[in-house]
Structures are given as structure tokens and as C-alpha cells.
Design a protein around this ligand. Structure first.
Ligand code: AMP
Length: 445
């Protein structure tokens, strides 16, 4: 199959040729004809599978073929993204695909001045990429009208709910024309997303190119048990031992990011951090420097977990496990993209055993544990498996002391082979913090 056989027009084919896309990915092969046929879509695809092109290419084609000209302060298509970084990235891809088309594209998001965005919208744009909060601000200030909108794309819809955007989505929903095409994309699909889809989509075609909630199989994953207080030391040790060149590291909190960056910089390691407290320009600069390999280690909170496309990123380290198990899939999806292989290492302390268990249950696999010599934890990480059980070992009865002979065996913990994958369906739901659509205040990002 080629992009031409999917019915894409010549200016798009030319752009794809320049980008070196030869064959449509599975999600593209299914999404492109459906979107061109005007269907609503509910698409679940693993991270890095090419879903951006899956919605952007047919969208650009429809706008080129059909459109009346865009009116002042209007948009003909809206792509909603959960984070500023993702909005920038999606916009960059859309602009590349649209390079030979007479269409205008633009991205708006918070954290930067609204005035230039209002100016830019005056003439109207064909495709607007936006984060929900800023979109609503622009709408309320009459800088944007949505009556000409013909297509809405919700990208990373589950993440938008996880970030507490349910109220904003409900508001935006009320601002939209009733007659429109809606495409909902997400790497993972929770029941809440299915209910959101039920409200926003009209007879959607469901596309699922990978099993539900399974991490990309191009990513080699393992866990290193360690005491909490020795995580930074272990990270530096592994980094030096493995001669890691470019690593995206996830920490749980903003303070955690800053503390690790300070520690690494103090050791002369080229590291930078991004999190929600930093101004947008600083975050973008850190990301750009990481992408161009000027910065070796980028430490981030989950704000950076979704959608960031860093070419050939070889490694992701979970310095802390995510609180929401699905974030694990998004985090490790930053590596092993577009057919490349990658590694994802999680440094796990005893406190995090329930999170580990939730991740294993969600991904339906028992993660291999590799004990690092000299870093064996004093606080043992209890055994876990994909059934969601946390196995607390019964205390061994004390052995009577024997004189001399072979004692002093060190507890090196349990090694679990990757062959130990338990196929069991999860019996208990992992702990998730997903707000219900249309209720509750937005959590602070
Ligand atoms: P996405 O999942 O949309 O973030 O895309 C992941 C990466 O795959 C991006 O770097 C895209 O440029 C690349 N990509 C998307 N579709 C194709 C394709 N058909 N052939 C080659 N690379 C692709």
C-alpha cells in the first residue's frame, strides 16, 4: 500500500516524499480513508505510530478540496492538544505536511502573551492547533469565532482528562457548531474517554491498531530496585556504566526535577529540566537543546510525557514511577518510535510497589527486575506480577547460628525473566485519577 493508493492528492504526496514517508503506518492506512469519507473517528494507537499524519493528512486534503475561504477571526479545523509542547509539535508536523498547499496553520497555547495570537487570528486560519484553556480565552475575548469550524480533532484525549480539562472540553463542546466532523485520538482508552466519545462523536468508526493499553514492543523495559535515597547515585552510576548519550528522565515532582538537575550539573553532567513552573520559552529552549544533543540529560515531569517526538531517542529513565499507570505507557513511548528500538529503565523503591503493580497490570506484563550490584535495596521491593498481586514474602524463621561455613549470602533480590509474562487479564483496576467529564474544578497543572 502507498499513500497514493489511499487517495491523497499530489501536493501532500510531494510533502511526504520530502519527509521520507514511504508506506502508511497501520493507523494511517485505516484513518486516512475514513476521514476522507467524512466519518467521525475514535482511534487508539500506540505512541509513535504516526497518528498525527493519520488525522492531519486527510484533514488538509478535505480543507483544500472543499473549503470556502476562512473568514476573519475564524478557524475551519481545530486540533486540541493537552500540552503546549504537544501543540507546538503537532503544529510543526501539520505545517510540514501542508507545505505545498494554500492553507494557513497556527498554534495557540497559554504561558505566552495572548496579544500576538489575537493579531494572528484576525485574518483567520485554516487549521488551528490549541490547548483548551487558551482556546477558551481567545473565544471569550472575541478573537476567535467557531461557527465556520468543520472538523474538531481531540489529540491525546485521555491526557486532557487526566490533566483536568474535562470542564474546558465541555465548554468548548458548547461553543462548536453541531454539524461537524470529530476525530478523537488517544494512545490509551479508558472508560471515561469512551463516555466522552459517546457525547462528542457521531456514529464513529473505531480504530484500534494495537491491543488496548500495551506498551510499544520495540521498547526493552526493565526495573532496577533501589532505596529511595540512593536513586540519584544509582542514576549517575548507570549512566556512566552504560555510557548513556541522550536520556529523557521522568521525575514525579517539579522539586524532584530541579533537585536531580542540580545534582547532575554539580557533577559536571550536561543536564537541564522542564516542568510546569518554567516559562514556556525556557521549556522550549531546553527541549530544542536536548533534541539537538546540546543537552545530554533532560529531566521532566509528566508535562513532557506525551507526544514529544525526539528523533531516535534511545533511552527513557523513570527516576520515579508515575502515579497514573497509563502515564508509564506514554513516558516510555518517547523511545522506540517509528520502528526504532529503545530502552526504558525504571528505578523503583519499596514505596512505589503499588505503582509498579498497577503498571504491570495495565500493560499485562511482569517487568524484568535487574539488581545492580552494590545498590541492592535495604528496603526490599516486594514481588509483583501482572495479576496486580503484591507478594509480601513471609518472614523466614531465623536460622540457628552455625559456626563458620558458607554463610554471609547477600540478598540479591528476585530476578524475574522477561519470559515470565503473565497473560492474565487484570482483575483489579489500577489506581487512576481520572476526573469525570463535565464535573469538578481543573487541577493545577
Ligand atoms: P506520531 O506518532 O504522529 O508522533 O509520529 C511518530 C514519528 O513517526 C514522527 O517522527 C513521524 O514523522 C514519523 N512518521 C509518521 N508516519 C510515518 C510514515 N508513514 N513513515 C515514516 N515515518 C513516519
Amino acid at each position: 500500500m502507498t499513500f497514493a493508493t489511499l487517495g491523497l492528492i499530489e501536493p501532500l504526496l510531494r510533502a511526504l516524499e520530502t519527509l521520507g514517508y514511504q508506506t502508511p503506518t497501520p493507523v494511517q492506512a485505516q484513518a486516512i480513508p475514513a476521514v476522507l469519507a467524512g466519518r467521525d473517528l475514535m482511534a487508539a494507537a500506540q505512541t509513535g505510530t504516526g497518528k498525527t499524519a493519520g488525522f492531519a493528512l486527510p484533514l488538509l486534503q478535505l480543507l483544500t478540496m472543499e473549503g470556502p475561504k476562512v473568514a476573519a477571526n475564524s478557524a475551519r479545523a481545530l486540533i486540541l492538544c493537552p500540552t503546549r509542547e504537544l501543540a507546538e509539535q503537532v503544529h510543526a508536523s501539520v505545517a510540514e505536511y501542508a507545505q505545498h498547499l494554500p492553507l494557513t496553520t497556527y498554534a495557540v497555547y497559554g504561558g505566552v502573551s495572548i496579544n500576538p495570537q489575537m493579531m494572528k487570528l484576525r485574518k483567520g486560519v485554516d487549521i488551528l492547533v490549541a490547548t483548551p484553556g487558551r482556546l477558551i480565552d481567545l473565544f471569550r475575548q472575541n478573537a476567535l469565532k467557531l461557527d465556520q469550524l468543520q472538523t474538531l480533532v481531540l489529540d491525546e484525549a485521555d491526557r486532557m482528562l487526566d490533566l483536568g480539562f474535562s470542564e474546558e472540553l465541555a465548554n468548548i463542546y458548547r461553543m462548536l457548531p453541531k454539524k461537524r466532523q470529530t476525530l478523537l485520538f488517544s494512545a490509551t482508552f479508558s472508560d471515561e474517554i469512551r463516555s466522552l466519545a459517546g457525547q462528542m462523536l457521531n456514529d464513529p468508526l473505531s480504530i484500534e491498531v494495537s491491543p488496548r493499553n500495551v506498551a510499544a514492543n520495540t521498547v526493552k523495559q526493565w526495573v532496577v530496585p533501589v532505596d529511595k535515597k540512593r536513586k540519584a547515585e544509582l542514576f549517575v552510576h548507570l549512566m556512566r556504566k552504560g555510557r548513556w548519550k541522550q536520556v529523557l528522565v521522568f521525575a514525579k515532582t517539579r522539586n524532584g526535577v530541579d533537585a536531580l538537575v542540580d545534582k547532575l550539573q554539580g557533577l559536571g553532567i550536561n543536564a537541564d529540566g522542564i516542568h510546569g513552573d518554567k516559562p514556556q520559552a525556557t521549556r522550549q529552549r531546553a527541549l530544542d537543546r536536548f533534541k539537538s544533543s546540546e543537552v545530554q540529560i533532560l529531566v521532566a515531569t509528566d508535562v513532557a510525557a506525551r507526544g514529544l517526538d525526539i528523533e531516535d531517542l534511545p533511552m527513557v529513565v523513570n527516576f520515579d514511577l508515575p502515579i497514573v499507570a497509563e502515564d508509564y505507557i506514554h513516558r516510555i513511548g518517547r523511545t522506540g518510535r517509528a520502528g526504532n528500538t529503545g530502552e526504558a529503565i525504571s528505578l523503583v523503591c519499596a514505596d512505589e510497589v503499588n505503582m509498579l503493580s498497577a503498571i504491570e497490570m495495565l500493560t499485562r506484563q511482569t517487568l524484568t527486575r535487574k539488581m545492580e550490584p552494590d545498590f541492592e535495596p535495604e528496603h526490599r521491593v516486594p514481588d509483583t506480577d501482572a495479576s496486580g498481586q503484591v507478594v509480601k514474602k513471609p518472614k523466614k524463621p531465623k536460622k540457628p547460628k552455625t559456626s563458620g561455613g558458607g554463610g554471609g549470602k547477600r540478598n540479591l533480590g528476585k530476578w524475574v525473566d522477561s519470559g515470565d509474562v503473565a497473560p492474565a487479564e487484570p482483575s483489579i483496576k489500577p489506581v487512576r485519577k481520572v476526573p469525570v467529564f463535565n464535573t469538578g474544578p481543573r487541577k493545577k497543572k
